[in-house]
Design a protein around this ligand. Structure first.
Ligand SMILES: Cc1cc2nc3c(=O)[nH]c(=O)nc-3n(C[C@H](O)[C@H](O)[C@H](O)COP(=O)(O)OP(=O)(O)OC[C@H]3O[C@@H](n4cnc5c(N)ncnc54)[C@H](O)[C@@H]3O)c2cc1C
Length: 324
């Protein structure tokens, strides 16, 4: 995108940071990914609204939080990335059991804040290295809990900068799955049939905040749970190497890791990408991996598991961008 193509850019009172030609490897936990044409980090919600209104309507825009579930191909992204981690950072109590959490807040910060305010049920967020926006988009979860089970409402900004409030009824929500309902109505508006596939680059709207509900609890107990769950992760996950958590969704009634291990794929390597020997559903960047190495390894694992077990694995990670 050419800067001059941003409508009235010089006239608007934008307060965020616009950068061009940004390597996405800096913004993904796999530490791979080609160059994005433009990256905008808004100053706050109002600033993001102004920015979206300033963009040409045909400009592709993609939200990125902490990039912990994202594979950006080596050829990069034509369009604009809005970087929300470190940007939308308001976190406060609304009342004794409800929190207002902006999209840029990290899971660990949310869990600690909830414990500080004696709220129970937020400990699971501590081990998810994502932002609130990414956790809403993925319905991130673990240890029997997930994000949307705590959502009272969310605020979204549409691609044209309109701020809307939505509730869970406006979405189809499932295991690592959140899409707008096709037939739902939002504030009197019939929703379109836009479904965001895991491979879609262009996005129609972005989560900017959530109102989350928890039960009252004991801060000390919550902190103990956080500590125990983090220890389990350190013991079972290859956290010393760049990764994106679980690569595949678990098939119903089974575990992707079990199937991958059963097929003898632990340690399988393509270039710098390796199926972790510690956790078979993780692919680690052993150093110098390209996005193509990782994507090819994902394809090989899928093909091998399908051939040997008949089970079709589906990626949980989002894969976007152009091949090199
Ligand atoms: C070590 C490790 C452990 C993990 N453990 C877990 C786990 O236990 N459970 C689990 O569910 N996940 C886990 N993950 C995966 C990941 O942390 C989650 O999917 C998380 O929700 C991603 O958040 P993010 O901010 O990094 O999103 P990103 O990776 O930046 O983006 C992921 C998707 O969300 C979209 N998105 C991001 N922000 C917004 C927004 N504001 N509005 C609309 N769409 C948005 C992006 O466009 C993209 O499609 C793990 C990852 C790692 C590296």
């Amino acid at each position: 995108m050419n800067m001059s193509e941003i409508r009235n850019f010089s006239d608007t009172a934008l307060r965020g940071e616009l950068r061009r030609e940004v390597r996405m490897s800096k913004h993904t936990s796999w530490r791979v990914g080609g160059v994005a044409d433009c990256v905008y980090q808004p100053a706050d919600l109002a600033d993001l609204q102004v920015f979206l209104r300033s963009l040409p309507s045909d400009e592709s825009v993609y939200a990125v939080g902490l990039g912990s579930n994202l594979l950006v191909r080596d050829g990069g992204l034509r369009g604009t990335v809005i970087l929300l981690h470190g940007a939308l950072t308001e976190l406060r109590c609304i009342d004794t059991s409800t929190l207002y959490v902006e999209a840029g807040i990290a899971g660990a910060k949310l869990a600690r804040f909830a414990a500080l305010h004696n709220l129970a049920g937020a400990a699971f967020f501590a081990g998810i290295p994502g932002s609130m926006g990414g956790m809403l988009a993925m319905n991130a979860g673990c240890y029997g809990s997930d994000t949307w089970q705590h959502v009272e409402s969310v605020q979204v900004l549409t691609r044209s900068g309109e701020l809307l409030t939505r509730t869970a009824q406006d979405y189809e929500i499932g295991y690592r799955h959140v899409v707008k309902s096709e037939t739902g109505k939002v504030k009197g508006k019939e929703l379109g049939s836009h479904h965001l596939s895991p491979f879609t680059f262009h996005q129609e709207e972005f989560f900017v905040s959530a109102t989350l509900k928890f039960s009252r609890g004991e801060g000390d107990i919550e902190r103990q749970i956080i500590k125990a769950w983090l220890s389990t992760r350190i013991a079972t996950q290859p956290l010393n190497l760049p990764n994106a958590g679980s690569v595949f969704r678990n098939p119903v009634g089974d575990h992707a890791a079990r199937l991958i291990e059963l097929c003898g794929l632990k340690g399988k390597q393509i270039g710098g990408a390796q199926v972790s020997v510690k956790h078979a559903n993780f692919i680690v960047n052993t150093g110098g991996a390209s996005a193509a190495d990782i994507e090819n390894l994902i394809s090989e694992v899928r093909a091998s598991v399908a051939a040997q077990t008949g089970v079709e694995l589906h990626p949980e990670v989002r894969i976007i961008g152009e091949a090199a």
